[in-house]
Design a protein around this ligand. Structure first.
Ligand code: AMP
Ligand code: MG
Length: 492
C-alpha cells in the first residue's frame, strides 16, 4: 500500500498526530523549458536494489526539500522512482580535453532531475550521476561505482566546509548492482547539486556548430540565471572570468589540485565541479600532479592559474561567434582575458596574506610568501600543517631542515609587528583538516567492505575544517610512507 510504513509522529498543540513522511522537492525546471537542441529527455535507468548511504539534511533544508524515509529516498535518488515535478534530461555540451577539442560530450552518465530555488533564493540543479546510459554515453555504461561517488561526496562537501564555491552532494545510494571497472565494483549513484551545470563546453558546442541562435539563447539564460547585473556576451565573459579567478586562487590557498581542468569541467557559475582525479596536496611542491591520466602535468598545481586563463579564452572564442562586429568583439574579449592573470594574482595575494596573518598590504609581501613556499618545497613541508602551525613551536618541525624555516620566520615576525590580529586571521585561513588522499582511499576501501563509519566520520569532521576537533588528530596527520597515494583515477 502506498504510504505504508512512512509515518512519523509529531505534536500539534497538545494532540499527537500521525502524518505521512514523503520526500518532496519543489521543482521549477527552467532548463527543460529551453529548446530541444539543448538536451535529450532521458529518464534514469532503474537499478536492482537501491539502499541509501547518505542524505545531506543541512543541504536539503537549504533547498527546501523535505526528506522522506530511507527506502523512499533510496528509490528517488537512485532514479528508480521519479519525485513529483522532476523532468529528467541529459545536457548537451562539448569541450577541450587536455587541450584537444572533442566536438560532442554531454551528460553520458548523469541526468538533471530538475531545479529548485533554495531558502537563499538561489536556483540549483539536482542531478543524478551514475544513473544509466543517455544518448551522450558513447562507449560508457552510464554508471558509477561506489569509490568515485563517495570520493565526490566527501571532497565536494569538504570544499564547501573550507568555504570555497563548489557543487555539493545531497545523497549517495548504492544500487545493489555490479559495475565493471578494473574488476567488478559495487554500483552507486550520487545526487549532485550545482548552481547550474553550464560549462564553458556548453557554449563551445553551439559555437563550433555555428548555431548562433542557440548560442544567443544560452548566453541570455546564463546571464539571467547567474549574473543578472551583467550585460551581453562580453559582460558574461567578464563575470565568468571574475568568478573563475576567485575560485582558482581559493584552490591554490588550500593546496587543491583539480586534475581535469578541461573546458567541460569549467563551471560558468564559478563552482568547483567534477571531482574525478582531484587531490589535496600533502607535502608542498608546485609541480605536484596526482591524476594518472595527466602524464604531461598539464594540470599540475602551479599550472592551474594559467589553465584557467586558457579556459576563459575558449569561452571568449565561443561567445564571440554570436557578435555582429567580430573585430570589435575580439578586441574587447582579448582585453578581458588578458586582465585575468593580474586579477587572479590579486586574489592569490589576498588569500596567502591571510594565511600568514596579514590584513594590510605591503610591497614585499609577495616576496615573503614566495620565499616561504620555496623553502617548503625544498623541505617537503606539509602544505596544510605548515600554515596551520605558523606562530607555534611545531611549524619548524614540518621542514626537513628546520633552520630553513627559522630563517624565514625572523622576517615574518618583523612584518607581523605591523599587524593587529594575525592569529585569528590565520586560524580562519588555514584549515586543520583537509580530505587527505590516503584517508579518502581508506574510507573507500572500508565502504567497499560495507563499513561506512570512516565515510560518515570524514563528512562530520570536514564540515568544520578550521576547528580543532577532539579525537581527530589522525585526520590531520600526513600519510606515512606506506600510506602515500601516488596516483588518483577518474574512476569512470
Ligand atoms: P568527466 O571525465 O567526468 O568529465 O567525463 C567526460 C565525459 O565522459 C562526459 O561526457 C561524461 O558524461 C562521459 N562519461 C564519463 N564516464 C562515463 C560513463 N561511465 N558512461 C558514460 N559516459 C561517461
Ligand atoms: Mg566532466
Amino acid at each position: 500500500m502506498p504510504g505504508m510504513g512512512r509515518i512519523r509522529y509529531g505534536n500539534r498543540g497538545n494532540r499527537s498526530y500521525v502524518c505521512p513522511m514523503t520526500l518532496t522537492i519543489p521543482f521549477d525546471n527552467s532548463y527543460a523549458r529551453l529548446p530541444d537542441g539543448f538536451f535529450a529527455r532521458q529518464a534514469p535507468e532503474p537499478v536492482r536494489a537501491p539502499a541509501l548511504i547518505a542524505f545531506n539534511t543541512d543541504l536539503a533544508r537549504l533547498l527546501n526539500i523535505s526528506p522522506g524515509e530511507a527506502q523512499e529516498m533510496a528509490q528517488a535518488f537512485s532514479g528508480n522512482h521519479l519525485p513529483e515535478g522532476a523532468d529528467p534530461l541529459a545536457q548537451l555540451y562539448s569541450g577541450h580535453q587536455f587541450g584537444h577539442y572533442n566536438p560532442q560530450l554531454g551528460d553520458g552518465r548523469a541526468v538533471l532531475l530538475g531545479e529548485t530555488v533554495g531558502a537563499d533564493g538561489v536556483r540549483r540543479d539536482i542531478q543524478l550521476k551514475g544513473s544509466g546510459r543517455t544518448p551522450f554515453s558513447r562507449q560508457g555504461d552510464g554508471r558509477a561505482w561506489l569509490g568515485p561517488v563517495l570520493r565526490e561526496y566527501v571532497v565536494s562537501e569538504a570544499m564547501h566546509g573550507l568555504g570555497l564555491p563548489t557543487t555539493r552532494a545531497l545523497a549517495a545510494v548504492e544500487t545493489g548492482e555490479t559495475v565493471l571497472r578494473e574488476g567488478p565494483m559495487p554500483g552507486a549513484v550520487l545526487t549532485r547539486v550545482a548552481q547550474s551545470h553550464l560549462r564553458v563546453g556548453t557554449f563551445q558546442v553551439f559555437a563550433s556548430r555555428g548555431q548562433t541562435d542557440s548560442l544567443r539563447r544560452l548566453t541570455e539564460y546564463a546571464l539571467h540565471r547567474h549574473y543578472p547585473e551583467a550585460d551581453g556576451p562580453m559582460g558574461l565573459l567578464r563575470a565568468v572570468r571574475d568568478a573563475q579567478a576567485a575560485l582558482i586562487a581559493g584552490w591554490m590557498s588550500v593546496g587543491f589540485i583539480h586534475g581535469v581542468m578541461n573546458t567541460d569541467n569549467c563551471s560558468v557559475a564559478g563552482e568547483t565541479i567534477d571531482y574525478g582525479p582531484c587531490a589535496f596536496m600533502d607535502s608542498y611542491h608546485p609541480n605536484t600532479v596526482y591524476s594518472s591520466i595527466d602524464r604531461m602535468g598539464r594540470y599540475a598545481y602551479s599550472n592551474q592559474p594559467e589553465i584557467a586563463v586558457w579556459n576563459i579564452a575558449q569561452l571568449a572564442t565561443a561567445l564571440i561567434q554570436q557578435m555582429d562586429d567580430k573585430d570589435a568583439a575580439v578586441e574587447e574579449a582579448t582585453e578581458i582575458v588578458h586582465a585575468m592573470p593580474d586579477l587572479m594574482q590579486r586574489h592569490w595575494l589576498d588569500r596567502f596574506r591571510a594565511k600568514i596573518g596579514l590584513t594590510s598590504a605591503e610591497q614585499d609581501d609577495l616576496q615573503l610568501i614566495s620565499d616561504l613556499l620555496a623553502r617548503m618545497a625544498q623541505n617537503q613541508a606539509d602544505f596544510t600543517n605548515t600554515f596551520r602551525a605558523l606562530g607555534t613551536e611545531t611549524a619548524r618541525d614540518q621542514f626537513t631542515d628546520p633552520q630553513a624555516f627559522d630563517a624565514w620566520e625572523d622576517g615574518w615576525k618583523a612584518r607581523l609587528q605591523r599587524e593587529a590580529s594575525a592569529l585569528s586571521v590565520m586560524a580562519a585561513a588555514n584549515p586543520a583538516y583537509i580530505p587527505r588522499n590516503h584517508r579518502v582511499e581508506q574510507m573507500i576501501q572500508a565502504a567497499v567492505q560495507g563499513d561506512f563509519t570512516p565515510f560518515h566520520r570524514l563528512n562530520k569532521v570536514l564540515a568544520a575544517p578550521y576547528q580543532e576537533q577532539a579525537g581527530c588528530s589522525d585526520l590531520a596527520r600526513p600519510p606515512s610512507e606506506a600510506e602515500v597515494v601516488h596516483a588518483t583515477f577518474c574512476g569512470t
